[in-house]
Design a protein around this ligand. Structure first.
Ligand SMILES: Cc1cc2nc3c(=O)[nH]c(=O)nc-3n(C[C@H](O)[C@H](O)[C@H](O)COP(=O)(O)O)c2cc1C
Length: 189
């Protein structure tokens, strides 16, 4: 028997992505988001949802671009901190000692220390309510060379990304490899 829990955004797992933007003076800023995910393969798009009260919201509206840096587990403290304070009041790069790098393809900074970076142009803006969804068209992905295999795929175990639970607001790490998709189901065809 299942218990009814009401209208909640209980979706598992949620990613932890760090959004990089510049303000009108060119100050780089970063903030984590978990209300986010892949939303189209062609053109390649990723959607993130921001509250209007955030500095990141204002910067994206201004510049129409952003980066997504994927933090690995070892940056959990810095990632949590940048979600607790606003770029309105704090230079988060200076405080965390993370390194801002100007993106090659878009007018936004990314985090040098994080293993994977996705450069996005704002493609759609969707007013949803408390959050505004920004659909970013992926212009380029860059990753630490040591993570990339011969086919250009990345090793999730080496990225070691953080996972977020939307009900308990907790961080988790990645679990075990199980099998390839579109393979196991063959036995039931
Ligand atoms: C793990 C985590 C996930 C978060 N996800 C979101 C999100 O999806 N959308 C959002 O608006 N804020 C989210 N926040 C809160 C913002 O990161 C926070 O308000 C931050 O201070 C905004 O910074 P800014 O004002 O410099 O943009 C999250 C915070 C944490 C720690």
């Amino acid at each position: 028997m299942k218990k009814s829990l009401g209208a909640k955004t209980y979706l598992y797992p949620a990613p932890v992505l760090v959004i990089g933007t510049y303000d009108e003076k060119g100050k780089p800023n970063i903030a984590p988001v978990s209300w986010a995910g892949i939303c189209c393969s062609d053109p390649p798009c990723i959607a993130i949802s921001m509250r209007k009260a955030t500095y990141t919201y204002k910067n994206i509206m201004l510049k129409k671009t952003f980066t997504i840096s994927i933090p690995s587990e070892k940056y959990i403290t810095q990632t949590d901190y940048i979600g607790m304070v606003s770029g309105k009041n704090v230079d988060k790069f200076a405080k965390t000692k993370l390194t801002p790098v100007k993106s090659e393809y878009v007018d936004a900074p990314y985090v040098e220390e994080f293993p994977v970076v996705i450069e996005c142009e704002l493609y759609h803006t969707i007013e949803l309510g408390l959050h505004t969804q920004f659909v970013g068209k992926v212009i380029n992905v860059r990753a630490d060379e040591s993570l990339v295999d011969n086919e250009g795929a990345l090793d999730i175990k080496k990225i070691n990304p953080l996972i977020f639970t939307p009900d308990t607001y907790a961080y988790y790490g990645v679990g075990d490899y199980l099998c390839q998709a579109f393979s196991k189901g063959e036995s039931l065809k």
